[in-house]
Design a protein. Structure first.
Lengths: 310, 315
């Protein structure tokens, strides 16, 4: 396959000076560090800005947010001041958010009450279905699985129309159920978990059977414990996806008081921009905590999701 | 079935050691004895998917072919012709397509480069991985304020570019809007894709690379003739995933510009939102089905292409 005459050049390459190698590594590291900075900066800036007092925010970003004319551009020549470190660390924004304007907390609660049931029940439903997909055989199963994959691949623009239609039939339009129910049955978690469950070796199940375990017990005591890390990672992935939701509430909810924070944040008055930074920071706390404690699970889960054909 | 699951370094080592293949035949056979439990397991999910996705989707196909929900006169493709002629839909479709065609290839190439960067034994790999993944975990709504500060007409980016004598550009409200959303899309999605590539790179059999090195293959040859072949299923997956995610960029656009964006970032989701507002079932259903067909066609084509490209590599 490979002609050996190239071995001359290979020798030369192996003789690549150590110094050059080191230099190359240095350059690559610097490059990676620069990229990492770009990736981290917006998050860090948001957090930093949340500790600024309202007046400082206005002074810094007046040129952008201090305008009221519809659609008109502001021509305030003030410079924007993007700062990492507040002049004075102030918790006043947080104080206002947490104790004075309950609206934000309500919206935060809206997010929680939408997302948590989706995550829990999607996992429960999906774990069962994935187990079935891992253990059943035959044409029919393959076909059903294929349908699941197709549904999973469809963007919101497509799936929201059926969702809307069903919610309308069931009379749950403009209630939380309109978002929660389709969320629970979204096949994403089924797909991921069945990939993992398929790898549970037969011998384990056989052994459990010899010990007298029933099918249900096998599922609970053999299957689930083996997939624990996968369940965690799927939970994290589902959580972020729904914590971020924008499309569904806009279409399925017309009552804005039910909106989750992810949609509501964009509708904050320009005068309260300091508050918005604090709310934004509060809103990322759950996902960032998950990231902090579950990064390895997350990475594992992402890697599992690779390979549609699996 | 090809065993193409990407096994991770420390993923359930207990499970991995046991040989699966040997038991496959008997495993399948014994299923007959397993009774109804597995079928029962599938039931909740299947009912849900049927009710919330499949059945309404069939109804939508029907809706897309009648003239209105009351009359129900069969008009076959008329609604489709109408929707294709609709200027708003066309604008949205063209914008979405332009966006996807730029953002998806960039996402694939750049995330592969990032993965290769982390694969070449530089220091602080795990810290870099964490920071590349971080944007994925940050809710869009949370960072949108910073994007506004950066891309606003009076924003940081224009200030910075002014140093080089570049005129102010209204990034969000001009034809440059696409550039911004491509950047935001990449920022958010590169980390996820990178992880996929990293695990795929880890799964390339080491001995093949070693043999190639011994035989004197250059880095270039090794990459294009060997690694890329092994990566091809992952490339496919990342492409499909990025394609799906590229439709979610509506979130960023909506949160940045609310309901009335500049023309260049008017996406299909905007079109759908507006159509939902006056509940025009014919328009909605024909648009949705058109999109579904296009999606399936694109993904199918990608699968075929990957099969051709990676056929002599048993992944």
């Amino acid at each position: 396959m490979i002609v050996s005459k190239t071995s001359v050049s290979a020798k030369r390459r192996r003789g690549f000076s150590k110094k050059g190698q080191k230099l190359l590594m240095g350059v690559l590291t610097v490059f990676a560090a620069a990229a990492a900075l770009i990736f981290l900066l917006p998050t860090i800036l948001t957090m930093a800005n949340s500790f600024m007092s309202a007046s400082e925010i206005n002074a810094n970003y007046g040129a952008i947010f201090a305008k009221t004319e519809e659609g008109g551009k502001t021509f305030i020549s003030e410079k924007i001041n993007l700062k990492f470190i507040p002049d004075m660390v102030s918790f006043s924004q947080y104080y206002t958010v947490l104790f004075k304007s309950p609206d934000y907390l309500f919206k935060f609660w809206n997010s929680v009450i939408l997302v948590v049931p989706i995550v829990i029940f999607q996992l429960a439903v999906a774990a069962l279905a994935a187990y079935a997909f891992a253990r059943l055989k035959g044409r029919l199963k393959e076909m059903i699985f294929f349908v699941y994959v197709v549904v999973m691949l469809m963007p919101y623009q497509v799936t929201l129309v059926p969702n809307y239609l069903v919610s309308d039939w069931l009379g749950i339009l403009n209630t939380r159920w309109a978002i929660i129910l389709p969320g629970i049955f979204t096949p994403f978690a089924v797909f991921l978990l069945s990939k993992i469950m398929r790898r549970i070796p037969f011998s384990l199940i056989e052994a459990a059977k010899l010990d007298g375990a029933g099918e249900f017990q096998i599922f609970i005591y053999v299957c689930l414990p083996l997939c624990k890390s996968a369940l965690f990672s799927v939970a994290i992935l589902v959580f972020i996806d729904y914590w971020n939701m924008v499309e569904q509430p806009l279409i399925l909810l017309s009552d804005t008081s039910l909106y989750p924070l992810s949609v509501f944040l964009s509708q904050i008055n320009t005068g309260e921009i300091g508050l918005a930074f604090a709310v934004a920071t509060i809103y990322m706390i759950p996902t960032l905590l998950m990231f902090l404690y579950g990064e390895d699970y997350l990475v594992e889960g992402i890697a599992y999701s690779g390979g549609i054909k699996g | 079935m090809k065993l193409k699951t990407y096994q991770l370094r420390n993923a359930e080592p207990k499970v991995k050691k046991v040989k699966e293949k040997k038991h496959k035949g008997s495993f399948r056979k014994t299923l007959k004895r397993d009774g109804a439990f597995p079928y029962l397991c599938l039931l909740p999910s299947l009912i849900g998917v049927l009710i919330f996705f499949i059945i309404p989707f069939c109804v939508i196909i029907y809706y897309s072919m009648v003239d209105n929900p009351i009359n129900k006169e069969f008009v076959f493709l008329q609604n489709y012709i109408n929707i294709i002629k609709n200027t708003a839909f066309r604008r949205a479709a063209i914008n979405t397509l332009t966006f996807s065609l730029t953002a998806v290839p960039l996402a694939v190439v750049l995330s592969l480069l990032l993965a290769m960067l982390l694969d070449c034994k530089i220091p602080f790999v795990s810290q870099f991985r964490t920071s590349f993944l971080c944007p994925m975990m940050v809710p869009v709504a949370s960072v949108v304020l910073i994007w506004q500060v950066i891309f606003h007409y009076n924003g940081v980016l224009n200030d910075f570019l002014a140093n080089f004598g570049v005129d102010k550009i209204d990034w969000l409200k001009s034809s440059k809007g696409q550039v911004v959303i491509v950047a935001l899309f990449l920022w958010k999605n590169l980390g996820y894709n990178m992880i996929l590539f990293l695990s795929a790179l880890n799964n390339i059999p080491k001995d093949i690379i070693e043999v190639a090195t011994l035989e004197g293959a250059g880095a270039f040859y090794k990459f294009f003739r060997i690694k890329l072949r092994y990566l091809s299923p992952t490339i496919l997956f990342v492409t499909v995933l990025s394609l799906i995610n590229s439709f979610k960029v509506f979130r960023e656009i909506y949160l940045l510009t609310t309901d009335y964006p500049y023309d260049s970032v008017y996406m299909l989701q905007h079109f759908m939102n507006n159509t939902f507002r006056n509940i025009d079932y014919q328009k909605l259903s024909s648009a949705a089905i058109l999109m579904a067909i296009v999606m399936i066609a694109i993904i199918g084509a990608l699968f075929i292409a990957e099969n051709k490209f990676g056929e002599d590599v048993e992944g």
